[in-house]
Ligand binder design. Structure first.
Ligand SMILES: [Fe+2]
Length: 204
């Protein structure tokens, strides 16, 4: 039952200059670790709870910290060192099933970015922006969730952390600059493997 902080699949400075080392260290070792610790505490308390009232009282903590752990675990794999910085393949969408699906749903990758950034820039307070597969239509759609709510309505393909802790140290209050920069470090190879698994599985 004990949840643990997953290691990053790259170094803390690997996403520079788009996401600074300072942000990555704090985000991973402090913020994500805190969700893991609080989730473990809530799960332990739930296991000891002996009445429905006690279990109901723990629902908010389980949702918030469990969602925080799920979302951040997905987010780290969602990112990769940037091709634009000659560090990796981040930001590169190759020909394949994901590119085809993006073009079917949005027209182009640039159109997807524009719609995604406009939608997520409109999140009030903290939350997450998502590219997900709609289980009913099997098409890619953009959606958001508040706080640390995990994406349940769609199968997540790309998730972007829109909490201020994800960008404030580098981008201050200019969320749109963070949203513009993050596409340089999106791991489209990971996104495509999620997409092909989603459309080929019983999740849809
Ligand atoms: Fe975060």
């Amino acid at each position: 039952m004990s949840n643990t902080l997953p290691p990053l699949p790259y170094g803390y400075d690997a996403l520079e200059p788009y996401i600074s080392q300072e942000i990555m260290v704090l985000h991973h070792t402090k913020h994500h670790q805190t969700y893991v610790n609080a989730l473990n505490a809530a799960e332990a308390a739930y296991a000891k709870a002996s009445t429905p009232k006690e279990r109901i009282a723990l629902q908010a903590a389980l949702k918030f910290n469990g969602g925080g752990h799920i979302n951040h675990s997905l987010f780290w794999k969602n990112l990769a060192p940037s091709a634009a910085a000659s560090k990796g393949n981040g930001g590169v969408l190759r020909d394949g099933p994901l590119k085809t699906a993006i073009e079917q749903s949005f027209g182009s990758l640039d159109a997807l970015k524009k719609e995604f950034n406009a939608t997520t820039a409109g999140i009030q307070g903290s939350g997450w922006g998502w590219l997900g597969v709609n289980p009913s239509t099997k098409r890619l759609e953009i959606t958001t969730t508040p706080n640390q709510d995990p994406l349940l309505s769609h199968v997540p393909i790309i998730g972007v952390d829109i909490w201020e802790h994800a960008f404030y140290l580098q981008y201050k209050n200019v969320k749109v600059d963070y949203l513009a920069a993050i596409w340089n470090v999106i791991n489209f190879e990971e996104a495509e493997s999620r997409y092909t698994e989603a459309v080929g599985s019983s999740k849809l």
